[in-house]
Design a protein around this ligand. Structure first.
Ligand SMILES: CCCCCCCCCCCCCC(=O)SCCNC(=O)CCNC(=O)[C@H](O)C(C)(C)COP(=O)(O)OP(=O)(O)OC[C@H]1O[C@@H](n2cnc3c(N)ncnc32)[C@H](O)[C@@H]1OP(=O)(O)O
Length: 165
């Protein structure tokens, strides 16, 4: 959904499982910033099926994890997931739109404590999540991605300027 008035945030990279527009198997999240929070509106579909008619818990977890990766724009740090906990409070029906909102709860050194909630159009909170992200530098990605891909991931990011790239 186009939420006019909110800043649209760029995907982590075009093939990202969570937000990459060029990944047909991905969630293709569109993420917006609202003050210190980020959010996405998502209706899980047949690709994300767990039990009949319901979203798979792993798909819900992936959506939360990726959305946490957008809080990094707010925090202005590069970080990766160390722990992720999802509370599945109620089944999530396929096709029902949920707004997932994430924010920094608090920071402790390199540790970013994050929290998120997924609320349906009907006002029901069906899942919440907490994560610990650890701040890293760009070199963290260099061992596994090609130099070109790592460079491409960060050249489109506002955080690039912080790293002097
Ligand atoms: C928008 C921004 C741009 C894009 C961003 C990038 C793309 C993002 C894409 C997003 C996609 C979605 C996201 C994804 O999919 S991210 C992909 C999934 N995640 C990973 O692949 C991460 C794999 N793990 C690692 O690489 C290492 O473990 C890291 C780098 C995380 C830490 O290894 P490192 O050797 O560096 O650090 P450390 O082990 O000494 O620990 C560091 C500190 O943390 C403390 N600690 C540890 N565990 C716990 C705990 N359970 N409770 C409390 N504290 C804990 C620990 O005591 C220490 O504290 P201190 O001694 O310093 O005080």
């Amino acid at each position: 959904m186009a939420d006019s008035g909110f800043a649209s945030l760029p995907p982590h990279h075009p093939q990202c499982l969570g937000c990459g527009p060029d990944n047909p198997a991905g969630l293709q999240l569109s993420v917006y910033r609202d003050g210190d929070e980020v959010f996405t509106d998502l209706a899980f579909d047949a690709r994300h099926r767990g039990a009949p008619g319901l979203a798979h818990g792993g798909a819900i977890s992936a959506a939360c994890d990726d959305l946490f990766g957008f809080v990094l724009y707010v925090v202005e740090e590069i970080a990766v997931t160390r722990t992720l906990t999802v509370e599945y409070r109620a089944p999530v029906p396929l096709g029902q739109r949920h707004r997932i909102t994430a924010r920094l709860h608090h920071r402790d050194g390199r540790r970013l404590h994050l929290e998120a909630a997924g609320v349906g159009d009907d006002g029901v909170t069906r899942f919440t999540a907490q994560a610990l992200f650890i701040v890293v530098d760009i070199d963290h990605f260099s061992d596994h991605g090609t130099e070109h891909d790592v460079h491409a991931m960060f050249t489109q990011h506002p955080l690039r300027t912080r790293e002097g790239g």
